[in-house]
Every structure is written in structure tokens, then in C-alpha cells.
Write a protein that binds this ligand. Structure first.
Ligand SMILES: C[S@@+](CC[C@H](N)C(=O)[O-])C[C@H]1O[C@@H](n2cnc3c(N)ncnc32)[C@H](O)[C@@H]1O
Length: 243
């Protein structure tokens, strides 16, 4: 996408409206993650507005975060208990909190927000640098084939259809670069708002190889936060990596 800058895709406007539509997996994700934060500490890569970090912290886990967008961090800090979460503004491929955790996690397809294989590998390496020896890195993403297929490399998806507001997701995929160029377009009485984003889609197998490069191995993979079996009908995965 010409002139697209990943650092600006979660700017003040997107941050202001990020929590308008709940994804709905917050409680299930927090329950799952709390099990892996054995000593009570966790680091969320790309923590955003604390959608998962806040319910996880409410379960007694001390959560830190790394987040690229200062606007998303501001939104988190403005929430009740938001200031109890320490966030470093920086790139999850490189930034450090200078400590280790029982759990590092990266959810909501955000590994895909890194647009090169090198950066995706660097993200696994940075997770490994923040893990205790018996710690876990938990990654949740969609399966690329749930979003695109050879006969569906571009699409328009009705993300929200309301009386006053409609949100469409308009996307095109390039199988050579593995980049999915998307624009979330919101139509309201006030006008049209565009939220462009580019994702680099990778399969679970590619992730496992990236993990191996970072010195980690796949421990277990589920189809969702409820720990359903991962199989050929799965549309997403929750993968757990450890040393
Ligand atoms: C889909 S949101 C997910 C936020 C939060 N984890 C959640 O589940 O609601 C993606 C987030 O990733 C952040 N992000 C994108 N690239 C990043 C990077 N390289 N390092 C840190 N954060 C990044 C964005 O600013 C945004 O807040």
C-alpha cells in the first residue's frame, strides 16, 4: 500500500475508537493466559489499550507491556487501573523492559503487523530474551487460509452492520510478498473514516520455524482460547512456545 506507515496505523483517531466494538474473547483469553503466568508476571507485546492486559491484571497477574503507538498507550493509561500497567513505548522486535517473565504473549493477529520475515523472527527472538527458562511465549493469530484463498485473494467483509454505522473491511492479498493490504472503512452520519493496515500473513508452520531460529520450540497448539483441538477445520490458533 503506497505511503503506508505501520507506525501510524494506530494513530489518535484509531485509538479513540479502538474499544468501540469488543472482540468478545477478552475473558477467555485472560483465563487462558493466567494459567501460564506461573509466578504472576507477564509481558504483553503490542499491548494496545489493555483489552487483554486489564482483565489479566484483575486476576492477580502483574502485566507489563511494549507498544508502538503512544496514542494506544494514552488510552490505556486513562482507563481505571490503566496506570498500574507499565508500558514501554517501542517496537516489540527490539524494545526491552530489561527483565524476564513467566509469560510473554502476543494476541489478536498482531504478529502479522510486522511486515517482513526478518521482523517476525526478531519478534520471536525478543520474546525469548524476555522469558524465564521455564517461561512460555503465547501467540494467537488467524490461519491465513481463513482470510484468503487462491479464489478469494481480495474481498469485502461486512464487519459491523448497524442502523447508524456500517464498517466494511476491504482487502487485497499478494501471495508473493504475503502482504494483505486492508482498509477498515466506517460509514456514519458524520462521514467516512478510513483505517488502513497491512499485514504479513504466515502459517503456523512458518511460526514454528521462526521460533526455532529464536531458540524456542512449539509446546502445544490449540484452536482457540477454550483449548479446542487444533485440526483442519480450525480458523485460528493459539500456540505456546517454550525453551
Ligand atoms: C490489533 S491491536 C492489538 C492490541 C491489543 N493486544 C489487543 O489485543 O487489543 C495491534 C496493536 O499492535 C501495535 N503494534 C503494531 N506494531 C507494533 C510493533 N512493532 N511493536 C509494538 N506494538 C506494535 C499497534 O500499535 C496496536 O496497538
Amino acid at each position: 500500500m503506497k505511503d503506508f506507515d505501520p507506525a501510524s496505523s494506530f494513530g489518535s483517531d484509531v485509538a479513540a475508537h479502538y474499544d468501540d466494538y469488543a472482540r468478545g474473547d477478552e475473558e477467555a483469553a485472560a483465563c487462558f493466559l493466567a494459567e501460564f503466568a506461573k509466578d504472576g508476571s507477564a509481558l504483553e507485546f503490542a499491548i494496545g489499550t489493555g483489552r487483554i492486559a486489564l482483565p489479566l491484571a484483575a486476576m492477580g497477574v502483574q502485566v507489563d507491556g511494549i507498544e508502538l503507538s503512544p496514542h494506544m498507550v494514552e488510552k490505556l493509561a486513562a482507563k481505571a487501573k490503566g496506570t498500574t500497567i507499565n508500558v514501554i513505548v517501542g517496537d516489540m522486535c527490539r524494545a526491552t523492559t530489561n527483565r524476564r517473565y513467566a509469560l510473554v504473549y502476543l494476541v489478536y493477529n498482531t504478529l502479522f503487523n510486522l511486515l517482513t520475515a526478518d521482523d517476525q523472527i526478531r519478534c520471536f527472538e525478543n520474546a525469548a530474551r524476555h522469558l524465564t527458562q521455564d517461561g512460555f511465549f503465547v501467540v494467537e493469530t488467524a490461519l491465513p487460509n481463513a482470510w484468503i484463498s487462491p479464489d478469494k485473494s481480495d474481498y469485502v467483509h461486512a464487519e459491523h452492520v448497524g442502523k447508524e454505522t456500517v464498517v466494511l473491511d476491504v482487502a487485497r492479498y499478494d501471495p508473493v510478498t504475503q502482504l494483505l493490504e486492508e482498509n477498515h472503512i466506517q460509514f456514519t452520519a458524520e462521514g467516512i473514516r478510513m483505517s488502513p493496515i497491512v499485514c504479513r500473513l504466515i502459517t503456523p508452520g512458518e511460526m514454528d520455524l521462526m521460533a526455532r531460529i529464536a531458540g524456542l520450540r512449539l509446546v502445544q497448539r490449540f484452536a482457540n482460547w477454550q483449548k479446542s483441538t487444533f485440526d483442519s477445520n480450525s480458523t485460528m490458533h493459539v500456540s505456546i512456545y517454550g525453551f
